[in-house]
Structure formats: C-alpha cells, structure tokens
Design a protein around this ligand. Sequence first.
Ligand SMILES: Cc1ncc(COP(=O)(O)O)c(C=O)c1O
Length: 311
Amino acid sequence: MVAYSWGLSNLGKGDEVLVSLMEHHSNIVPWEITAKIKGFTIKYANVHPDGTLDYDDFESKISKKTKIACLSHVSNVTGVINDVKRIGKVAHDNGALMLVDGAQSMPHMKVNVQDLDMDFLAFSGHKMLAPTGIGVFYGKKEVLEKMPPFMGGGEMIKEVSVSQGQCSVSWNELPWKFEAGTPNIGGAIGLGAAVKYLEALGMDNVLSHEKELTKYASERMKECSKVTVYGPSDLSKKLGIIPFGVKGLSSHDVALFFDNYGVMMRSGYHCAQPLHEIFKLESSARASFYIYNTQQEVDRFLEVLKEFEQL
Ligand SMILES: Cc1ncc(COP(=O)(O)O)c(C=O)c1O
C-alpha cells in the first residue's frame, strides 16, 4: 500500500528508500517493483552477524535524499526487537517518513503508534489468532489524506459522474478511500474478536508468557552439542522466536523429523533471504512460541532435539 500508493506518487529519480537487510520480503519486493517504475534508489542498511540492526549503518544512510525509512519492529527470523522510535527520529529530522512492519510486534507486545511517532505501520491478522486475508494498515491522518487511492472500485469514491463523455471522480473520506470493493467482513469480525481476546488476556501477560518459554527453551538448547542457535544471545533484545540449525542436516530435514513427533516448526528462509545471506546459511529451522504453547510442549521439543545427539 505504501510503496504503490505513496511511493508511486511521491518518489522519483534521485530519491532514496532505506530498508534494512533483516526485512521480510514483503518490505523489500514492493520497493524493488516500484523502483523499476519510478527510478528511485533503494539503500540497504546492514545487520550484525548476531542478527541485531547496525544502527550506525542505518543512521549513516539517512540523508536529505531519503524519503522513507522502512524497518520491521521485530524480525520474523530472530525475534530481534528494533528501536523504531530512534530510527524514526533520525528519519524525521531529515524530512523522511518512517514505515514500520509491525507483523511480529503487534501480536506479542503493547505497541503505541503515537508514542513511537511512526507514519505508517502494517500488521497481519493471522499472526494474532485472527483469520487469514485480513490485516491492519495504520497511517498518520495528514499523510493518508494526501495519498491517492491504492485501488479503484466501489466504496472508495464519493462521486462518479459522466457528462458528455467526460468522467469526473472524487474520492471518499478515510478510511474508505483505501477500501475499494466489498470488504472482508468475516475477516474483520474475526480480527476484532482476536483483538478483544488478546486485550482481555493483557498484552503484558502475552509477552511475559512468551519470554518465559523462550528463556527456558534457549537455556536448555545449550545442552545439545549439535545445535547452533542464531540471533542474539541477550534475550532482552528479542521476542519468542528461536532460529537454529542442527549439524549435518538441512533445516527441512530437521522440521520433518520434528513433524514425525507432532512438533510443528517452520524451515527455510522464512521470506527473509537477505538475512540468511548475512548468517551465511542456506536456511534455518525456527521454533516459535505464542500464548497457546506450554512448558510441557517446550519439554517435548527439547526431548526431540536431544534425539539428534544420537544420530
Ligand atoms: C515481519 C513480517 N512482515 C510481513 C509479513 C507478511 O505478512 P502477510 O503474509 O500477511 O502479508 C510477515 C509474515 O510472514 C512477517 O513475519
């Protein structure tokens, strides 16, 4: 939405978009597509070998040419939490906007968009107990007001009138200007129910439950000599995601092995191939925790992990 609506109408030759190398492909590919159309430049900010953001590199790449800085709040590979407020301030001081990918932060912790002072934030419902195909796009009103619609259709217009072969169209108000067509009504009701459910649990409780499981699993994973955990060892810098590898095995074999024991995990690039290039990895296996996971389940995961020692 930001790349196509805001990007196509605001960016051109000589402009720069700054993105980090830990982004999910969904915060890289739309910029690459629109850069080909408009001729702007995309700059990539480095990530340290432990998966934390290289703040000096990110900040040194922000200049008056930068029109928008794009950063994930939390990495979907390592769980690393980024100080988006710090980056946003440098971006704003240079006249740039700040876009935050909140897909991995909103489901797990309290996020105050006004305090963080971000211009745009997006997140997906299916990572926070809601159905697929629904998400939230937040933007500052004054920025959204100036953006053209992303897509045309019903609901997003105020008036369409054809007179003597000439059509005049005016856009509806926010948020309808960005909501062409019949909305995903069922998805929106499901997302609303998920938000109420999470709020009733309390986001601080959601976060502390995940942190407890992550601490427990991380400590115990050290007992497995064939296992390498990627990402920062300082758990205060991350949320409940543990990417790892097992010596001599591909991540897909690892995930398949766990699957046989009823333990589900993701393997591959996790749609973040540039970060895996930094880690010099073909892929990784990823254990992740949410409110429905228990310590018994983590014990089961650790039991299976120990089986690799026998191979
Ligand atoms: C950090 C991050 N950003 C973006 C996305 C993309 O979300 P969606 O598939 O709902 O577009 C994901 C999901 O995999 C993610 O983890």
